[in-house]
Design a binder for this molecule. Structure first.
Ligand SMILES: Cc1cc2nc3c(=O)[nH]c(=O)nc-3n(C[C@H](O)[C@H](O)[C@H](O)COP(=O)(O)O)c2cc1C
Ligand code: SF4
Ligand code: SF4
Length: 436
C-alpha cells in the first residue's frame, strides 16, 4: 500500500486530505469527528473579531438529478470568540498530535495580526492560514478578498505576519482576481511558506421570479456570495496549475475547490498540490467520504506503481503549455462502438447543429447494433474527412465509452504555431499544411 503521509511546508499529516476552513471546521467536536473518520488535517473556521451572521446564508445550483452542483454562501468568519477557538484548537491538538491543525486567521491591524499569530502558535496549531479570500462581507470591511485582490496589500500583511510567525504560514488566495500568479508571487516575495487556493468565487446563483430577490433571501434583500462545490473545480485546477508552473512562485500548494472524490484529489496533486482541502462535499455528504478518498487514492497509486504521493505530484504540470506550442498537424477523430450505441442520435444533432456536420444518419443494416436499441432507426456514422476531432459528440453521448476519440496517423510532421511563424519568417512558405 502506498504511503499517503504528507509534509506540507513542514506541517505533517497522515494523509493529504484536510477539512477546509468553513462550517465543518467550526468546533473541536467537529475536528474530533473529522479525525476519527480519517481526515489528515483541519483548517479551523477563520478566527478574528467575532462576527454576526445573517439568516438565511446559502443557495445552490442543481443540475438534472444532482443537488448542489455549486454552492453559494454569504456567511462570514467565526462567530465564536478567539478565546474559545484557540482553547479548542489546543484541546484538539492534544488529542491528535500527529494530525495537522491549522489556525485560519483574518484581522485588520499590524498589532492584531501579531497578537493572533502568537496566540495560534501558543495554542499548539501546526500552521496558520491567512484568509485573503472571503468575497462577501469581510471585504467590505477591508479584509478577505479586498486584501487578496491587491497583491501589494497582501504582501504588506504577510510581512506583518512573518514578523511574529514561528510556525508555517499559508496564504489562502482569492480566485476573484485577473491573474492568480500575481497574488502567489506576492506571497512568495513577502516570505509566506505556502499558498492554498481557491477560496470562493463571487456569484449570484438564482433569482426568485415572484419576488425578484436572489437567494439567499435575507428579509427582502440578498447579497453577492461565494461560489464553491463541484462546479468550481475546473477553475481551481487551472489556478493551481498556473501557480505550480510559475518559476517565481515555487511554494507548496494546498489545492481547494470542488473536491469530492479521490479522483478529484489525485488531479489536484498531479497539477502540483501537496495537500487538498474539502468543504462543500463534507457539508453535503459528511466526514465519512474520506474513507473512499483514502481507499481510492491508495488503489490508484498502487495500480500505477507509485510508492508515495511525491511520485504523482506535479506530473501533469508541464503538459499544460501555451496554445502556440500545440501541434497543428495532430489529428483525432470520433469512433463509435455500435455494440454500445442506443440510437438516441444526440451525437448527430450536436454535430449537425453545433459543430461540423460530420455525422451522417445511415441505414442500420449490418452495423451489429447492441441490445435495447430501437430497431430500424438510422445509425450515426462519422464522416472521417469532415470530422475535426472537436470531441463534442463524445461529450454528449449518454453511453460511457460509446464514442471514443482516436488519433489518426496522417504522415504530417509536427508543426506548432510558434514554429510555423519562425519558418515563415525564414522564408519557408510551404511549412503550413495542417488538416482542415
Ligand atoms: C459556508 C462556507 C463558509 C466558508 N467559510 C470560510 C472561512 O471562514 N474561511 C475560509 O478561508 N474559507 C471559507 N470558506 C471557503 C472554503 O474553505 C473553500 O475555500 C471553498 O468552499 C472551496 O472549496 P469547496 O469547493 O470544497 O467547498 C467557506 C465556504 C463555505 C461554503
Ligand atoms: S449519442 Fe451515442 S448512443 Fe446516441 S446515437 Fe450517438 S453514438 Fe449512439
Ligand atoms: S468530433 Fe466533433 S466534428 Fe467530429 S463527429 Fe464529433 S462532433 Fe462532429
Amino acid at each position: 500500500m502506498a504511503d499517503l503521509s504528507t509534509d506540507f511546508a513542514g506541517i505533517k499529516s497522515p494523509n493529504p486530505f484536510w477539512i477546509a476552513s468553513g462550517p465543518p471546521a467550526n468546533t473541536a467536536y467537529q475536528a474530533h469527528r473529522a479525525f476519527e473518520a480519517g481526515w489528515g488535517g483541519v483548517v479551523w473556521k477563520t478566527i478574528g473579531d467575532p462576527i454576526r451572521n445573517v439568516s438565511s446564508r446559502y443557495s445552490s445550483i442543481d443540475y438534472g438529478n444532482m443537488r448542489m452542483v455549486g454552492l453559494n454562501n454569504i456567511e462570514l468568519i467565526s462567530d465564536r470568540s478567539p478565546e474559545t477557538n484557540f482553547r479548542e484548537i489546543a484541546e484538539v491538538k492534544k488529542r491528535w498530535p500527529n494530525h495537522a491543525v491549522i489556525a485560519s486567521l483574518m484581522v485588520d491591524t499590524r498589532e492584531n495580526w501579531h497578537d493572533f499569530v502568537r496566540r495560534s502558535a501558543d495554542c499548539g496549531a501546526d500552521g496558520i492560514e491567512l484568509n485573503f479570500g472571503c468575497p462577501h462581507g469581510m471585504c467590505e470591511r477591508g479584509m478577505g478578498s479586498a486584501v487578496g485582490q491587491n497583491p501589494d496589500v497582501a504582501a504588506t500583511i504577510i510581512g506583518w505576519v512573518m514578523e511574529a510567525a514561528t510556525i508555517p504560514v499559508i496564504a489562502k488566495l482569492t480566485p476573484n482576481i485577473t491573474d492568480i500568479t500575481a497574488a502567489a508571487r506576492a506571497a512568495k516575495r513577502s516570505g509566506a511558506n505556502a499558498i492554498s487556493l481557491i477560496n470562493t468565487i463571487n456569484s449570484i446563483t438564482q433569482v426568485n421570479l415572484d419576488n425578484f430577490v436572489p437567494e439567499p433571501f435575507v428579509g427582502g434583500l440578498s447579497s453577492h456570495g461565494g461560489y464553491c462545490g463541484p462546479a468550481v473545480k475546473p477553475i481551481a485546477l487551472n489556478m493551481v496549475q498556473s501557480c505550480a508552473s510559475d518559476p517565481e512562485v515555487r511554494l507548496p500548494i494546498s489545492g481547494i475547490g470542488g473536491i469530492t472524490t479521490w479522483r478529484d484529489a489525485a488531479e489536484f496533486v498531479a497539477l502540483g498540490a501537496t495537500t487538498v482541502q474539502v468543504c462543500t462535499a463534507v457539508m453535503h455528504y459528511g466526514f465519512r467520504i474520506v474513507e473512499d478518498m483514502i481507499d481510492g487514492l491508495n488503489d490508484y497509486l498502487d495500480g500505477k506503481g507509485f510508492e508515495n504521493l511525491d511520485e504523482l505530484r506535479g506530473r501533469a504540470v508541464d503538459t499544460v503549455r501555451k496554445w502556440e506550442t500545440l501541434d497543428l498537424n495532430y489529428k483525432r477523430i470520433a469512433e463509435i462502438d455500435y455494440g454500445k450505441c442506443i440510437g438516441c442520435n444526440l451525437c448527430y444533432i450536436a454535430c449537425e447543429d453545433g459543430a461540423h456536420q460530420a455525422i451522417a444518419l445511415v441505414d442500420p443494416a449490418g452495423y451489429g447494433l447492441g441490445p435495447g436499441r430501437v430497431p430500424n432507426k438510422p445509425v450515426p456514422e462519422i464522416k472521417e474527412e469532415e470530422c475535426v476531432g472537436c470531441n463534442l459528440c463524445s461529450l454528449v453521448c449518454p453511453v460511457h465509452d460509446c464514442i471514443t476519440m482516436v488519433s489518426v496517423e496522417n504522415g504530417l510532421e509536427r508543426l506548432a504555431w510558434a514554429d510555423y511563424q519562425t519558418r515563415l519568417a525564414a522564408g519557408d512558405a510551404t511549412a503550413f499544411a495542417p488538416h482542415p
